[in-house]
Design a protein around this ligand. Sequence first.
Ligand code: F7E
Length: 329
Amino acid sequence: MKKRAFITGIDGQDGSYLAEFLLKKGYEVYGIVRRIALEDIDHHLWRIKHILNKITLYPASLESYASIFNTVGKVRPDECYHLGAQSFVSYSFEDEFSTLNANINGTHFVLSAVKENAPKCKFYFAASSEMFGKVKETPQNEDTPFHPRSPYGVSKVAGFYMTQNYREAYNLFACNGVCFNHESPRRGFEFVTRKITNAVAKIKLKLDKELRLGNMDAKRDWGFAGDYVKAMWLMLQQDVPDDYVVATGETHSVREFVERAFDYAGLDWKKYVVIDKKLYRPAEVNLLLGDFSKAKNKLGWKPGVKFEGLVKMMVDSDIQRLKKLCRPL
Ligand code: F7E
C-alpha cells in the first residue's frame, strides 16, 4: 500500500518541493489550501501547478479546527508535514495577532487532529532558526537556548514546545526541524534573497533602476529549500522522534548576498542599492549560523547547494523568467 503524506502549506516554497520529493518516493500526497486558492490557480498555486493532477487538495484553514480535524480524518495520513504558517518575520510585527493565531493555534489544531484521527501518523513541525533570535552562542545547535526577537519567533517557540509536549505526553512520533533560512527560485518576493535576485534581473533587463533594502549587516545561514525537504522526510524515517538543526554551516551578510548577485549579473550594486530605514525591523536577529552535525550524523543529511550556487541559481532563474515574460507575442 502506498504511504499517505499530508502537507499543510503545500502551496508554499517548501511544500512544493516536498510534494515533488514525496511523489517521486511513491507517496500519495494530500494537502490543504485556502478555498480562494482553488478558485485562482495561476495566482495562488503557481508552485504546484505542474503536479496538480498528481496530488489531492482539500480546502481548509489553519484558523479553523473543524476544517483541520475533518481533513485529517478523511486523509488518515501516515506522515504529516506541518509547514503552513504566516512566515514573513517583518509582517509579524505589523500583525502580531493573526501571526500568533495562525502559527500557534494552527500548530495546535494540526497536532490535536492527528492525535485524535491518526495517532500512528508521524508528525513534522517546521520550527525555525528565528527561535534563537538574540543568539546565546555561535554556531547554534539543538541545545542552544531560545531568545526569539519577533512575534513570528515567539510563535515558532510555542509550536516547538507543543510538538515536544505531544511527543512526551501522547507518545506521538513528533519531530521539530529547526531549519535555518532556505531559499530557491520559488521563494516569495518579500524575502530578502528573492527581493534581491528579482531586482537584479529587472535591473539587468532595464526594467528597474533601484533596489531598496533595510539592514544589510544582518547575517544568515542560507541553504537551498530543495535540500531541506529531504531532511524533513529523513526525520520521519527514523526509529525514534527527535529534533534537528538543518543548516549549511556557513553565514553571509545581506550585503554579501547583494554583492554576489549583482556581480554575477555583471552589475555594480553600489549604483542601484538604496538603504531605506523604514525596512529595518523593530528588533533584529543579527547573526545566524547553524551547526547541523546531529542531522549529519543521525540522518546522514548534508546540504547540496551552498551560498555561491544558491545565488547563481536564483539570479539565473529570475533573469530567464523575466526574459520569457517580456518576450514580444
Ligand atoms: O530577512 C534583512 C532582514 O525576510 C533576512 C523566513 O523564512 O527565515 C526567514 O526569516 C534578513 C533580515 O528572512 C530587507 O532584516 C534587509 O535580517 O529574508 P528575510 P528572515 O527574517 O531571516 C527564517 C528561518 C524563517 O523561519 C522565516 O519564516 O534580511 N533585510 N533588507 C531584509 N529583509 C527583507 N525581507 N526585506 C528587505 O528589504
